[in-house]
Design a protein around this ligand. Structure first.
Ligand code: COA
Length: 344
């Protein structure tokens, strides 16, 4: 009987921008305090991509992942990038990465939009390509540059996010290592809990039916008030509760499908949104504290970059050994949520 084909993480890499923005610095930008941010979120500082674009960060992370896997760009047969802050509306950031790294022409490269669950969505899709035998090796990247979609005058959101990228090389294997189970979920009915309208308006759209110069002063004021700001908007409290509920359910689903229990898990690497969300999730799973990885104090919530950055750091710090069962879980706008269980 032939052995099952699995997708295993053969190498990891990450990149965060040079510029550090501390809670103290935020105190001079909005009405907040280091104490409020630290106690409510666990975040102490975050990185801001002043000169790096999404592609730059993705490329740096991918180069490190290729090096760690000991493979070259020529070996990559699929590129999937989870991002909601792509380099451009099109082409995809994945296409830019393909070009910059010299990945072969003809290799499929595409972006995937699932906000903070973007990396796990991308991992799930790439895994399916590998276990079905279509490709042997994939580059999976999570990158976001939320500094460009944040309203830096809104204290309820600007303190939470940062920029960064992480990447893995996923390879087909018939050995024991690899992804044992993974699930992805969405609920579009709850889209307005967490969203970013973005930019660009159609000049023929009904919002522009009448030119501003034709409008009375009160009509101008009214339309300005109605105009949707492009920035990220969020219902913090509601998001908090739904995040814990869906992440716990998603983890239980992955554990069941992988036929392992929470006791078997050596390390839980959750989406780094808020220390209290992560802590509540850990407690519901009855996982000991030492089996949890957190680095959000340094980076805040880097959206799709969050899990692969944390994975790369955990691996390089020696927190992951061959044979360990590792669990990923994420939650984000959409709503989207996802989890994966794998044997290292
Ligand atoms: N500094 C100081 N005060 C702030 C603040 C800030 N940066 N942001 C909000 N506040 C204020 C609020 O205005 C509110 O004031 P009020 O009581 O006078 O109205 C007060 O702090 C309490 O707000 P509340 O929303 O109850 O705080 P909280 O304990 O729920 O924490 C979040 C707020 C945003 C940290 C928390 O809800 C959260 O993390 N939610 C999930 C967000 C998330 O992770 N989103 C991404 C998911 S991928």
């Amino acid at each position: 009987m032939g052995q099952t084909l699995r997708a295993k993480i053969a190498g990891t890499g990450s990149y965060v921008p040079e510029k550090v923005l501390t809670n103290k610095e935020l105190e001079s930008m909005v009405d907040t305090t280091d104490e409020w941010i630290t106690t409510r979120t666990g975040i102490r500082e975050r990185r801001i991509a002043v000169s790096e674009s999404s592609t730059d960060m993705a490329v740096h992370a991918a180069e490190r992942a290729l090096k760690s896997a000991g493979v070259s760009a020529a070996d990559i047969e699929l590129v999937v990038v989870g991002t909601v802050t792509p380099e451009m509306t099109f082409p995809s950031t994945a296409c830019f990465v393909q070009s910059r790294l010299g990945i072969k022409s003809g290799v499929p490269a595409f972006d995937l939009s699932a906000a903070c669950s973007g990396f796990l969505y991308a991992l799930d899709v790439a895994e399916k390509y590998i276990v079905s035998g279509i490709v042997k090796r994939a580059l999976v990247i999570g990158v976001d540059r939320f500094s460009e979609i944040i309203d830096w005058t809104d204290r309820s959101t600007c303190v939470l996010f940062g920029d960064g990228a992480g990447a893995v090389v996923l390879s087909g294997t018939k050995g024991k290592s690899g992804i044992m189970a993974s699930n992805i979920h969405s609920d579009g009915r709850k889209w307005d809990m967490l969203y970013a309208p973005g930019k660009g308006r159609c000049p023929f759209g009904k919002e522009n039916a009448k030119k501003d110069s034709d409008k009375t002063e009160s009509a101008k004021k009214e339309s300005a008030e109605k105009e949707t700001p492009p920035y990220l908007a969020m219902s913090g409290n509601e998001t908090f509760k739904v995040a814990v509920r869906t992440m716990v359910a998603s983890i239980k689903e992955a554990l069941k499908a992988a036929k392992v229990s929470a006791d078997d898990v050596k390390l839980l690497i959750p989406h780094q949104a808020n220390q209290r969300i992560i802590e509540a999730t850990r407690q519901r799973l009855k996982l000991p504290k030492e089996r949890l990885f957190m680095n959000l104090d340094k980076y805040g919530n880097t959206s799709a970059g969050s899990i692969p950055i944390a994975l790369d750091e955990a691996y390089r710090q020696g927190r992951i050994k061959r044979g360990d069962i590792i669990l990923f879980v994420a939650f984000g706008g959409g709503l989207t949520w996802s989890s994966a269980a794998l044997r290292w």
